[in-house]
Design a protein around this ligand. Structure first.
Ligand code: B1M
Length: 213
């Protein structure tokens, strides 16, 4: 157990090399890969997410913690595949058409990963059809849309419109966020949730998916 706690603590400090080495050691000692994931990597990332939300840490700390999480995950993934670890849910995430800002979107991706989601990151400048096609292809639970420009906010609505046109709106939890977006805009375009930061996005997504299951 002490080893798993150490993994969580090194992850919070963004120490990728230590996290990688400790995950290798934990597997070599026969610790349960799910415990390493849940109590080591994911719990560490949730703590970072909470601190980020409370302005106790900032973007650079979150990025290095996420890098440490990815280093640990790379070692752990083959073991998790062997034992068939089920993700919490599947999320398709991207920045909408016309918009190249991706720092916030990347944080959302990291937090969702940290909350146990399988992520399909479509990158930036993503058109509505691409979101919906990908969501259908991978059986997504959540479609996450990020926009940083007032001029690209309407492209969030295009995604909801395509879902409605295809009669599949209810299959998905549509989440929106980004500096110019707010709760009333989300309501106006028919999205399910607006969250103001990446950690809240992960919390809300997890809760919404678990409530549907
Ligand atoms: Co741009 N830019 N930019 N820019 N840029 C802004 C957004 C702007 C506010 C600057 C300003 O004028 N004060 C302004 C937008 C004005 C507006 O529309 N209201 C602006 C502009 C105008 C432009 C260009 C048009 C400039 C030009 O070329 N004339 C151009 C547009 C290019 C394009 O996208 N087509 C442009 C370009 C760029 C750069 C390429 C130089 C660079 C982007 C680099 C990159 O992303 N790889 C850039 C940057 C860095 C910024 C600022 C300075 C910082 C944005 C950022 O990364 N913030 C920004 C000014 C500002 O915000 N102070 C600005 C940090 C990030 C962590 O926050 O993305 O808000 P944010 O994400 C937050 C939350 O919003 C939330 O979680 C994160 C925190 O936890 N969140 C979600 C985000 N997505 C979410 C999704 C969710 C939930 C939460 O659910 C799915």
């Amino acid at each position: 157990m002490a080893l798993i706690q150490e993994i969580s603590e090194f992850l919070q400090k963004g120490r990728a090399k230590n996290v990688k080495a400790l995950v290798e050691q934990a597997l070599a000692e026969g610790l349960d890969p799910k415990a390493i994931l849940n109590e080591g990597l994911l719990s560490g990332m949730m703590i970072v997410g909470e601190k980020f939300k409370n302005n106790e840490v900032f973007v650079p700390e979150v990025l290095v913690a996420a890098r440490a999480m990815n280093a640990g995950l790379a070692i752990l993934e083959p073991e998790l595949v062997k034992i068939g670890n089920e993700p919490v849910g599947v999320a398709v995430v991207g920045t909408v058409k016309g918009d190249l800002h991706d720092i916030g979107k990347n944080l959302v991706v990291m937090m969702l990963k940290g909350a146990g989601f399988e992520i399909h990151d479509l990158g930036t400048d993503v058109d509505a059809e691409t979101y919906v096609n990908k969501a259908e292809e991978v059986g997504a639970d959540v479609i996450g849309l990020s926009a940083l420009l007032t001029t690209t906010m309407p492209n969030m609505k295009s995604v909801v419109d395509v879902l409605n046109e295809r009669g599949i709106r209810d299959k998905y939890i549509v989440m929106v966020g980004g500096a110019p977006v707010n709760e009333s805009f989300a309501e106006q375009i028919g999205a399910d949730f607006y969250t103001s930061d990446a950690a809240s996005a992960a919390e809300v997504a997890k809760k919404a998916v678990l409530e549907r299951k």
